[in-house]
Structures are given as structure tokens and as C-alpha cells.
Unconditional design. Structure first.
Length: 435
């Protein structure tokens, strides 16, 4: 270890131990409007953002403009008599606070179809990447390659009035949402199917066409995509990807730059990449136990073995929720209706019964319940989408709906540059010694 690296490690280790002791002994001490624990704990629970499109309740879960997931499943328009909601309807709801009519949702779907053309230079950019580049990296690069199309950037450079910021942002958001399934499906077919691309089917809605371009013809899979892209769309503004889009957008970066930044955040293992980690863990358990039909006792032992290694059970726990995630419940209901005999789905249901009591028994877990990531991978595997490194891209396509609707509101309301105040550890210690 070189001299600088060694000295840094020594300094950091000492301060880390000191701050942990402060958090444990004085975490509840108030500093102006926040506590020591909030300063040291990632600003958890600090109310400092306005986010119009959704709100998260610890007990009830996510509400989109006041509507719960069961309510939006019931009330949002469906595609050609199907049972699952159209994401087009949710975007409409998040943007204007009203449930659209069937005609309005279909008109929005048609509008996205008109805007879906992706310039050739975007595909050329992606084709210059190694095929083993992680799909989320490809996704972000594809979005950045699209930035040359930004209406906001062009109009800003021409001297656009502040009163028109919302208009250019709306146009960019609509164009970007329309193009994302094309880019995502291109990445999937290029990475996993030897660049055997599939042309769009203009008779389908946004989700159904995405499923088609991915290469899945089962109508039930299209229904899954409608549900998946709806329930993953937003989770209030404080989650990492949403907050990143909001923060970068507050600098007046256009929708492309802002959304790409959010996708880099979503790619983190503590955020959107968790859906990949869940199914990887399930696959490892199946391989370790040597069966796709494990007993409850076998699963319990594997869970304890995982915890004994100092590892977490992926898909369980949430920063805010203190009940089973309604998005998990929605996927479970879907699986019960559409998937009768899937071994991997049955394992997910076993975990739902087994994991929470074990985590509760540890006495340290605030939320032992499954989150959205605990179920999605198993359903995707059942339909044949087994390439779990792509799962977060699906999440990203969906998350565009909420964060870009919110970005439009930020522009319309004229939100300022976000600039929280930071403090040093020395300042913190001085404040505590004087309190």
C-alpha cells in the first residue's frame, strides 16, 4: 500500500469509528431542523422536496395522485379489453391528476408511436460498445446519444423565455418516453440474441409493442409488461433515481441529461439493480440445494447460512415501507391468475412465508417484508426472460414515466437550483460539544 493510501485508510477508519459512536449515542440530538442521525444517515426522512406525481406511505405504500395500486389497476384504461392497466393512463394521471378516458389513453399511445423513431447514430453508438457491456451502461449511453435531439437544449441556446421551459421539457419528455422501448429492446436483442432485431408493431400499445420488440409473443407477457411498467413508474421523489433526476434537472439540464443521471443511480445495487440480485440469489440457492422444489426447512437453512456470512436477503426490506410492498402484492396476484405451476414462482411464495419471521427474530430489522424486487424476476424467468442483467433496464423504462412527469412540473413551477447545506465532521462535533 502506498504512503498516501495508507494514511487515508488510517484517517478514514478512525473517523468512521468516531461517527458511528456519535450516531449511536447522540443520534437523536437536533441540529437546527434535522437530527444528527439524519445528517449521518443519508438525510433519511428529511422533508425538503415537492413531488406532485406520487407519495409513499410507510403503511399503505405508493399512491399515484392519491390512487393506490389496486385502485389504478381498476380505474386506468386497459388495452383492447385486457385486465392490466395501460402505463399511458398512469402517465396521464401523474401529469395532470386526472384518470384519462379510454380514448385519451389510446391517443397518448398513438402520439408516442409517432415520436418513437430513433436516429441511426444512437444505434451506431451502441454498436461500438463491447456486447458484454452491462445493459444499464448501454441504456445510459443510448440515452446520452439521444441528447443531440433535445428541444430544450436547442431552444435554451436560442434564448428561450423561462415561461417556456415547461413546454420544451414536455416535448423532450414525450420524445424520450416514446423512444426508450426501442433503445431498450435493441440492447436486449443485440446483447442476448445476436442482434436479431424485431421491427415495431404499430397496432400495439406502448407496453405491448415493447414486449413484441423484445421478442415475446405471448399475450400474457404483454399483460405483464403493462402491469410491470405501471407499478414501477414512480415511488415519490426521495428515492435515489427520482431524486437524481430532480437534482440534475434543477441545474436546467435537459430531460436526456437528467434522466441519464437518474439511470446511473438506478444501476446501483442498493436501488434498481436489486431486482437482478434477487433472482441471482434464488438461482444460487437452487444450485446449492440441488432442487427446484426445496422444502421449507432447506430454505430456512439457506437463509440462515446467507445471514451468517454477513449478507442480506435481497428483495426484503425497504427504506420507507413497513408493510409488504403493494407492488410485490400486485405481482403476486398476477402470478396467481396467469401462472399456475411455476417452480420458481412457488419458491418466491415460500420465501414470502419464511423470510419475514426469520428477519423479525433478529430484532434489528425495521421492515422484514418483501419489496417490489422480490417477485419481478421470478415472473420474468417464467416467461423466458432469464437474462437478469437486463431487468434493471425494464425498471428504467418504467421509471421514466414518473420522473419525467415530475420534471415537467418542476419546470412549470419554476423550481430553483437544489442546494442543500453540507457540514464537516469537525463542525458536527463542535455543535454537539456546545449543545
Amino acid at each position: 500500500m502506498d504512503i498516501l493510501k495508507k494514511k487515508f485508510h488510517e484517517k478514514a477508519s478512525a473517523l468512521k469509528a468516531e461517527l458511528r459512536a456519535i450516531a449511536k449515542e447522540q443520534g437523536g440530538t437536533q441540529l437546527d431542523t434535522v437530527s444528527v442521525k439524519q445528517v449521518l444517515g443519508g438525510m433519511r426522512g428529511v422533508k425538503s422536496m415537492l413531488w406532485e406525481t406520487s407519495q409513499l406511505d410507510a403503511q399503505e405504500g405508493i399512491r399515484f395522485r392519491g390512487y393506490s395500486i389496486p385502485e389504478i389497476k381498476e380505474k386506468l384504461p386497459k388495452f383492447k379489453g385486457g385486465k392490466e392497466p395501460m402505463p399511458e393512463g398512469l402517465f396521464w394521471l401523474m401529469l395532470v391528476g386526472e384518470i384519462p378516458t379510454q380514448e385519451e389513453a389510446e391517443a397518448l399511445s398513438d402520439e408516442w408511436e409517432k415520436r418513437a423513431h430513433v436516429p441511426e447514430h444512437v444505434f451506431n453508438t451502441l454498436n461500438n460498445l463491447p456486447k458484454d457491456t452491462h445493459p444499464m451502461t448501454q441504456f445510459t449511453i443510448g440515452i446520452m446519444a439521444l441528447q443531440s435531439e433535445s428541444i430544450f437544449a436547442k431552444r435554451y441556446a436560442e434564448g428561450m423565455s423561462k415561461n417556456d421551459y415547461w413546454d420544451a421539457t414536455f416535448e423532450d419528455s414525450m420524445n424520450l418516453i416514446a423512444k426508450l422501448p426501442v433503445i431498450a429492446s435493441n440492447i436486449y436483442r443485440r446483447t442476448y440474441h445476436n442482434s436479431d432485431f424485431i421491427d415495431a408493431d404499430t397496432s400495439l400499445d406502448w407496453s405491448g409493442n415493447f414486449a413484441h420488440m423484445l421478442g415475446f409473443k405471448d399475450s400474457d407477457f404483454s399483460s405483464l409488461m403493462r402491469l410491470y411498467l405501471t407499478i414501477h413508474a414512480d415511488h415519490e421523489g426521495g428515492n435515489a433515481s427520482a431524486h437524481t433526476v430532480h437534482l440534475v434537472g434543477s441545474t436546467l439540464s435537459d430531460a436526456y441529461n437528467s434522466f441519464a443521471a437518474g439511470m446511473n443511480s438506478l444501476a446501483g445495487p442498493l436501488h434498481g439493480l436489486a431486482n437482478q440480485e434477487v433472482i441471482k440469489w434464488v438461482f444460487r440457492m437452487i444450485e446449492s440445494l440441488g432442487t427446484t422444489e426445496p422444502t421449507d426447512d432447506q430454505i430456512k437453512q439457506y437463509i440462515h447460512d446467507t445471514l451468517d456470512k454477513g449478507q442480506v436477503i435481497p428483495g426484503y426490506g425497504h427504506a420507507v415501507l413497513r408493510q409488504p410492498d403493494p407492488r410485490f402484492v400486485a405481482q403476486r396476484e398476477f402470478a396467481k391468475e396467469y401462472i399456475k405451476d411455476s417452480e420458481i414462482v412457488k419458491i418466491v411464495w415460500q420465501l414470502f412465508d419464511i423470510v419475514p419471521p426469520i428477519l423479525q427474530g433478529l430484532g434489528k430489522v425495521k421492515n422484514p417484508w418483501p419489496n417490489v424486487d422480490a417477485h419481478s424476476g421470478a415472473i420474468l424467468v417464467h416467461y423466458g426472460l432469464k437474462e437478469y442483467s437486463f431487468y434493471t433496464v425494464l425498471f428504467g423504462v418504467s421509471r421514466a414515466l414518473g420522473v419525467l412527469a415530475a420534471l415537467c412540473w418542476s419546470r412549470a413551477l419554476g423550481f430553483p437550483l437544489e442546494r442543500p447545506k453540507s457540514v464537516t465532521s469537525e463542525w458536527l462535533k463542535n455543535e454537539l460539544s456546545n449543545s
